[in-house]
Design a protein around this ligand. Structure first.
Ligand SMILES: [Zn+2]
Length: 426
């Protein structure tokens, strides 16, 4: 059985005296128990569950007085470690009794679960990483270690402090335009990187046919995609604050323009040329970098374009024109068709994981852009325009002629064209 010790329970145990009783919620099918109440000595058991509305572990299982906790000698925890390695070894009860100087209870039929707290174990065995709280099954015949998991003091993105620039990304605010299949996965990935604030913009509602590609589940059908995503991310990644806005980037361009002033970066995963161009235009006017992510040719090719509001960097339209002038093709018109609406000649459309692969590359591009700007040169990207092969398209013109699935190609920026209404200042 695995015994879970949530942080509040661990705090109470560490601050309490010599011994007491425990109540556990036990799930027999899962072979799992969670500490829900603790007493000091023979006093009454006090709940250590988080106050509502916080969710509690194994909430559907009743709390039962089922064990004891003891202050223990450090050697007992070294023994716990040793006995776990040597499986199925039971020790004589006297050894346990000697290691818990106060309050020991003789087990009845069936025995009980015991937790022991050895406050000095880290000092006594500095290299061993022995836990100061461990679990046991104590019976008349002897005692055996139980698996236990104590919630650490630090959870969430702060766990990555010293390994990842947590603070820079916690201070960052990204606007994500489009909360569909690519957008939903991008939102999850951005939260995974530890972006502190996400504003989600999309007027659409989640429908049955979206489920095959979207990260949201069936229970959100009919709600706006941004509401569903905000709720899911708040549960899954509480370090990221999410603002859901059921707005259309074209129709509500004025509102978006104002909101961009509080945003560091825009990621656009909306499909449709107009929404992408408007997002790029608004971002440039607000002096913000925009990252556009989409799939082309019915999901054969993933594309990420980073548009810096810089003098030598052209907008989406300028980039497309440059490519066309260089003898390439303009793949954008295909974006106006919805996913899954391919004709009989093109039955294979983008599948969820391919779209999510593009989404994760978009989120990586966003995080790297912010970090390079914050002074992390190791986050510099190889270019401004990434193409990723999802299925080979041998007939396509360069630079879209990726020869292999999962091939990744980075291209440089292209300059603005004279007279471009987006690139030239108003
Ligand atoms: Zn332009």
């Amino acid at each position: 059985m695995l015994i879970l010790i949530p942080q509040d329970a661990a705090t109470v145990l560490r601050a309490s005296g010599a011994w007491g009783r425990l109540s556990l919620r036990i799930s027999q099918p899962d072979d799992l128990a969670v500490v829900g109440g603790i007493s000091e000595g023979g006093g009454s058991i006090i709940s250590v569950d988080p106050p509502p509305p916080a969710p509690r572990l194994l909430a559907s299982c009743d709390s039962r007085p089922t064990g004891y906790w003891y202050r223990a000698k450090n050697e007992l925890h070294a023994l716990w470690h040793l006995l776990r390695v040597r499986r199925d070894t039971a020790m004589k009860l006297d050894v346990f009794k000697d290691a818990v100087p106060n309050g020991f209870k003789t087990p009845g039929d069936g025995g009980y679960v015991a937790l022991t707290h050895a406050p000095g174990v880290k000092d006594a065995y500095p290299e061993s990483r022995l836990p100061d709280l461990v679990a046991w099954h104590v019976t008349r015949a002897g005692f055996q270690p139980l698996e236990m998991s104590a919630e650490p003091e630090t959870t969430g993105i702060r766990q990555l402090d010293h390994h990842w620039p947590v603070q820079e990304l916690q201070n960052a605010h990204i606007m994500l335009v489009g909360a569909g299949s690519i957008g939903s996965a991008t939102a999850h990935a951005l939260a995974g990187y530890g972006i502190g604030h996400l504003t989600l913009v999309d007027p659409d509602r989640l429908q049955w046919h979206n489920l095959v590609r979207h990260t949201s589940s069936r229970r959100h059908i009919g709600r706006t995609k941004v509401t569903a995503l905000a709720e899911e991310l708040t549960q899954l990644r509480p370090d990221t604050a999410v603002t859901p806005l059921a707005l259309d980037v074209i129709e509500h361009a004025d509102q978006i323009r104002a909101l961009l002033m509080d945003t560091h970066l825009v990621v656009c995963t909306a499909d449709g040329v107009a929404a992408r161009r408007v997002t790029g235009h608004l971002a440039r006017r607000a002096d913000r970098t925009a990252i556009l992510a989409c799939v082309l040719q019915y999901g054969a090719l993933g594309e990420i374009i980073r548009l810096h509001p810089w003098r030598r960097h052209g907008c989406l339209t300028c980039r497309r024109h440059s490519l066309t002038e260089a003898g390439s093709l303009d793949p954008e018109p295909a974006l106006d068709a919805g996913y899954g609406t391919g004709t009989r000649h093109r039955p294979m459309t983008a599948v969820g994981p391919d779209l999510h692969l593009v989404a994760h590359l978009a989120a990586k591009t966003a995080a790297a852009t912010l970090l390079e700007h914050a002074g992390h040169p190791d986050q510099r990207l190889p270019g401004e325009h990434a193409l990723i092969g999802l299925r080979r398209q041998p007939g396509w013109a360069a630079p879209f002629d990726l020869g292999r699935t999962a091939e990744l190609r980075w291209l440089p920026a292209t300059p603005p064209r004279p007279g471009c209404p987006t690139c030239e200042a108003p």
